[in-house]
Design a protein around this ligand. Structure first.
Ligand code: KG4
Ligand code: ZN
Length: 394
């Protein structure tokens, strides 16, 4: 098995990333080229631009990851690549390049599900520190711009198995963050801005609420599709573990219109761009948003985090999970980390997050997820192609 060095490549959305990870536990390098500047002016990811930017970035990013790790292609044991879910054209850039590299070097290729990758962004740290405790099942909340999914994750004879236990019926939590931010003129992606501004608002100013999803009747037999179309038999899931974030987005929209907050929002993007970083003091926050807007932002975040918490802890308890893993872009959120950690402590449950850098899309998580698959000899066929709606678990 050589040194257990895997080069991971990730290009499913708007980050071109490459990383070298040793035995799924030690990150030797993790390089991420973000396309945020390209997509920001359109208020979201433009698929055609994403593919073009990946093509431009893939070679230098892989080269940088090898150089930073101090290794050459000859030192590698395998190449891992995200095969889905994500944007078809974007995924194909990474897959085609990974295949070519693997073929040229005579290395095995390992295909990784992007969601499995997010889960391994946490396991990567745990493997390095608390290896022995990883046998018991973990409840993983993957909460990003494309997903809000709950999985029961558990190692079975060396490889990881995942069971989908909950998910959103409509928008992902990160999508709600981004849409609310856009509405308030905070640009794209809005998560980090809402995170920074929420600190200066009153979280109880606007009482947003989430109704319990009671029946399955409203689905009308249809399988709902989220942006990344990870479909699953919703009817088989416990409705207590289902999420819905389109309602709060509409509630914020109504509040903004009712309180005439729309006009001022238009002027905010240029001011925000001029600031170049998220505000650090109340004065800086007030320079961007008046207090009622800060209160609205804080209330929105408080409600979203509360709903994520309620359902995640309920699922962990119902399924007897030994630990909670929270991962994906929204797991970078400060309030989310604080409140989840406090609640886990109160319940005597273990909890783990990725480092903030590994919360959002990266390739270290792809190389880490590939490690157990590589060790078990689960290699991708030469016919591997992009699967934009690849599902994880059943
Ligand atoms: O995992 P990720 O990089 O890409 C996807 O797979 O979607 O997640 C990106 C999402 C965006 O919606 C972004 O607004 C959100 O994660 N995000 C945050 C924070 N940082 C990124 N949301 C809340 N608080 C943050 N600090
Ligand atoms: Zn992601």
């Amino acid at each position: 098995m050589g040194n257990g060095l895997i080069l991971g490549i990730e290009s499913s959305c708007d980050e071109t990333a490459a990383a070298v990870v040793e035995r799924g536990a030690r990150t030797l390098s993790s390089v991420v080229a973000s396309q945020i500047a390209t997509h920001a002016r359109y208020g979201g990811v433009v698929p055609e631009l994403a593919s073009r930017e990946h093509l431009r970035a893939i070679v230098p990013v892989v080269r940088a990851a090898l150089a930073e790790a101090g290794v050459t292609l000859e030192d590698l044991d395998a190449i891992a690549v995200t095969s889905g879910p994500g944007l078809a054209g974007a995924l194909l850039v990474g897959i085609t390049y990974a295949k070519a590299l693997a073929y040229a070097q005579g290395l095995p290729l390992v295909a990784v599900n992007h969601l499995e990758g997010h889960i391994h962004a946490v396991l990567l740290n745990l493997r390095a520190t608390a290896n022995d405790a990883l046998d018991a099942p973990s409840l993983a909340l993957v909460v990003s711009g494309g997903h809000t999914h709950l999985y029961l994750a558990e190692p079975v004879s060396g490889t990881w198995r995942y069971r989908l236990v909950g998910r959103t019926l409509d928008d992902a939590a990160g999508e709600a963050y981004d849409k609310v931010a856009k509405l308030l003129g905070l640009g794209y992606p809005g998560g980090p801005w809402i995170d920074a501004l929420a600190r200066f608002g009153n979280p109880h100013a606007v009482p947003f609420s989430f109704a319990q999803i009671k029946t399955k009747a409203h689905l009308g037999g249809k399988v709902p599709r989220t942006k990344a179309a990870t479909t699953a038999p919703i009817a088989e899931l416990d409705p207590h573990f289902l999420f819905s974030f389109s309602g709060i987005k509409t509630a914020v929209l109504r509040y903004v219109e009712l309180h005439g907050m729309r006009e001022a929002a238009r002027a905010r993007v240029p001011r925000m761009l001029a600031m170049g970083r998220t505000p650090a003091t109340h004065e800086e926050a007030l320079a961007l948003c008046p207090q009622p807007v800060l209160d609205l932002i804080a209330s929105f975040q408080h409600a979203v985090v509360g709903d994520l918490m309620k359902k995640t802890f309920a699922a962990a308890e119902a399924l007897g999970a030994a630990r909670i893993l929270v991962t994906g872009g929204v797991a970078a959120n400060r309030e989310l980390r604080e409140r989840f950690t406090a609640e886990a402590e109160r319940r005597g449950l273990a909890i783990a997050f990725p480092t903030r850098a590994l919360s959002t899309d990266n390739a270290a998580m792809i190389a880490a997820a590939a490690w157990p698959r590589f060790a078990a000899g689960e290699f991708a066929p030469a016919s591997l192609t992009a699967d934009p709606s690849l599902a994880l678990g059943r």
